[in-house]
Design a protein around this ligand. Structure first.
Ligand code: NAP
Length: 254
């Protein structure tokens, strides 16, 4: 039921953090994995790491900026030379640019956050959907956040974009469930990655509040997201559509 053999999974931002954790989970369950990121070195390192760990599996990496439609068009020209179809798309690439209050965030920074975290989902999903429809199946998994639920004085663009992820997910699920394509979101809690490392150093006092506020009493690891990502990519979730699942050690229940 959770088997992903013969499935091709594309993970944006799969070269580190949560995306890399999801890639490991998919490889463990038999999928081939395509990693998309901007940084060539991170792409190469992640490919080396994954290939060593799963020597029987196919791992490919591609350079692409998911905010740039032309870059994404070129990406798919390349991908479709090597692969017929994407079975599973994980829209995971994301950034955060923080400010003390919303009005202090420049319009350029606002736009970059929204286009990376939200508009990219539309660009990427639009590129895979026809293939999925023709194939009669597909899975799209969008990565939201605790700030899909909560507001943030210092992360206004991030929260706005991540709130949008929930509504975009529902809209796509509404459109494509009839084609046997399930679109769902994962809302990670506080996970130790490069992104939150910056948060720890910039806002140490806020960082120190997270563990005591989390019922599980700890930060998450990238691999903590894998189980839910496997579920949402597999036949086990065939009748699950348009939901946003918090994977947060209970953070959002308080
Ligand atoms: P991360 O380690 O900083 O990873 C972010 C990934 O996104 C990197 O692989 C990066 O690759 C890629 N990326 C960023 N901008 C891109 C662009 N324009 N085009 C292509 N790739 C791009 O952060 P993470 O914590 O794993 O975050 C992954 C996702 O989880 C994000 O959507 C984030 O918002 C979400 N999330 C994280 C947490 C957390 O606590 N860590 C909590 C909730 C939600 P390159 O550097 O190669 O571009």
């Amino acid at each position: 039921m959770f088997d992903l053999s013969n499935k091709i999974a594309l993970i944006t931002g799969g070269n580190g953090g949560i995306g890399l954790g999801i890639a490991e989970g998919y490889l463990q369950f038999g999928a081939s994995v395509i990693i998309v990121g901007r940084n060539e070195k991170k792409n190469q390192d992640s490919k080396e790491y994954l290939t060593k760990k799963f020597p029987q599996s196919k791992v490919s990496t591609y350079i692409c900026d998911v905010t740039d439609k032309e870059s994404v068009d070129k990406l798919f020209d390349e991908i479709y030379k090597d692969y017929k179809l994407i079975d599973i798309l994980v829209n995971n690439a994301g950034i955060n640019i923080r400010s003390t209050e919303p009005q202090e965030l420049s319009y350029e920074d606002w736009s970059l956050v929204v286009s990376t975290n939200l508009s990219s989902m539309h660009i990427m999903s639009s590129k895979v959907i026809e293939g999925m429809k023709k194939n009669g199946s597909g899975k799209i998994i969008n990565i939201g956040s605790m700030l899909s639920i909560f507001g943030s004085s210092y992360g206004s663009a991030y929260a706005a974009s991540k709130g949008g992820v929930v509504q975009y997910t529902k809209s796509c699920a509404d459109a494509w469930s009839k084609d046997n394509i399930q679109v769902n979101a994962i809302l990670p809690g506080w996970i130790v990655t490069e992104m939150t490392e910056k948060f720890r150093t910039t806002y140490p006092e806020r960082h120190s509040l997270i563990t005591p506020r989390t019922p599980a009493g700890r930060w998450g690891k990238p691999n903590d997201l894998s189980g839910t990502a496997i579920f949402l990519a597999s036949e086990a979730s065939q009748f699950v559509s348009g939901v946003s699942i918090p994977v947060d050690g209970g953070y959002s229940v308080r």
